[in-house]
Design a protein around this ligand. Sequence first.
Ligand SMILES: [Zn+2]
Length: 329
Amino acid sequence: MNLPRLRTAALLAPLLVAGAALGAPEETTITEIAPGVFFRKAQTEPVFTGCNQGFVVFRDHVLVIDANFPGQAENVIASIRERTDKPIKFVFDTHYHGDHADGNQQYVKLGATIVAQERSQPLFQTKGADGFDGAKKNRAAEYGALSYEVPSLYFSHKLVFDDGDQRVELLFLGHAHTAGDAVAWLPEHGILFTGDACVNGAFNYTGDSDTASWIAALGAMEDLGVKTLCPGHGEMGGPEVIANQKRWFTELRGAVKAAIGRGEGLDRIKETLDIPFYKEWTGLEATTRTENIEHVFKELSSPGKPLGQRRPHRHPHPHPHAGLSGGGR
Ligand SMILES: [Zn+2]
């Protein structure tokens, strides 16, 4: 890892974050994690500002990983401009959620092409569009002048950007956080940007997910041989971040399945769920994750078609990170 070049004073933070306590006030930081490869960790406490992002400086252009909210996108564009004059040609939306994709138009205005995995297309057109409309009312100052911009380039399993200096592989590893998640893999550096298919802390939203498939997708991430894991929310780390994320869903599914087997109903499970690992990982009790518990209960009570593939709700859930102050959608 190169010496981090940071926008803030948190010089040692990236070296310490792997097991960092969560919930403490944090800053937004930008770290150069390999030559020309930047990780922007968004502040989540005391105010949830948006998603983590990456940007990669190629020979003649810049690729941005996740658009973020519109206001955050402006900040990111300014941060990129502090480092390079090369045009931002591509923005990869890891998935359709507003805190990752609503800033698309800020980049399209600059001539960028928005890229995403093809199974996210129907989600962008339904739940994503609904969420954007809602945000135009609720966050008028930030969204008011913007129109909803969906990706114009979709890929199925793999899309590679390689100019001889930089190589970024966009990979579809299966239905995880949403049906159309994809990740950005930099094989030469062992760096993986995951979007919300892997987060570091109490940030999981499961409403669009298929948790059995998600666990498999996390296994596929482990198989890549990740050295540096850049999650969708929370601190950067190593492969242990994937292991923690996988363990949460594995233990949650196991506990809920066992409880259903004992004849327990959802209300009782929500009260009594006991997964000590979750508190070790996030600092919070597993029982606080009511949305996750309800979703897994539904999956295991009605096996068959993954819930995340069912007809989208007319009005999306409050964003994923509900419970965080200033949370998105
Ligand atoms: Zn998300």
